[in-house]
Design a binder for this molecule. Sequence first.
Ligand code: DGL
Length: 259
Amino acid sequence: MIGVFDSGLGGLSVLAAIARALPSADLTYFADTAHVPYGDKHDDFIRGRVLTIGRHLVAQGCRMLVVACNTATAHAVTELRHAHPGIPVVGVEPGVKPAAQGTQSGRIAVLVTEATARSERLRQLIRTHAGHVAVRVQPCPGWATRVETLNLDGAEFAAEIRAKVLPLLDAGVDRIVLGCTHYAFLKPVLEPLVRGHAELVDVADAVARQVVRLGGEREGHAQLRLLATARPERLHAALAPLGLGWLAERAANATLVTP
Ligand code: DGL
């Protein structure tokens, strides 16, 4: 059983990539919906939640953990690995490296939560992989919460997205990294905006490949268990509107858990 978790719906983009790469794997998805978003929380709080969720998933029989959240990875993946030395832990980090390798203009941008924006781990990632390009780190407060509502249309939100993204294009950015797993679900809004100017960079498939490399289970029964810390009925109901109806067929309604 592979345990995949996030603050809410965002990590479903990673879960879907894993389910595509390992069609028989048994998966548990944990949405910490009582505490979403993580992006506006303190570092210690995020760390505490990650360790608590990790313990819960391991106690439930998970033998691999996927932190399907850039914010949680930035603040707590190291501690989570220390807490479970016998269990492979896969984190999600913004695709700064592929963006820096692919840029023609020498300018990239990274869309992230506020908590990821201030993290030392992101600074380190940029130093390591993008020393030779100009990097704009763009915090996007409120975007993950908006994805949670599943209401991605609306003039006000479209204007908010344009206000963040158009200045990046004006600055010559030609790669825009989706540095929060929630933002994968904003592709239908973002793609038309950046077309012809920039490419979006999402790492969900790369994370799934890492899960396969680390021995993610191939021989399961394609079961999917959904867990949520609040409003569990919304988790299963969100799959189809997010384009993941094929996953909904595998899962019963989500169970409320309160670790
Ligand atoms: N989906 C998460 C991430 O990748 C967290 C978003 C949030 O809860 O603020 O950063």
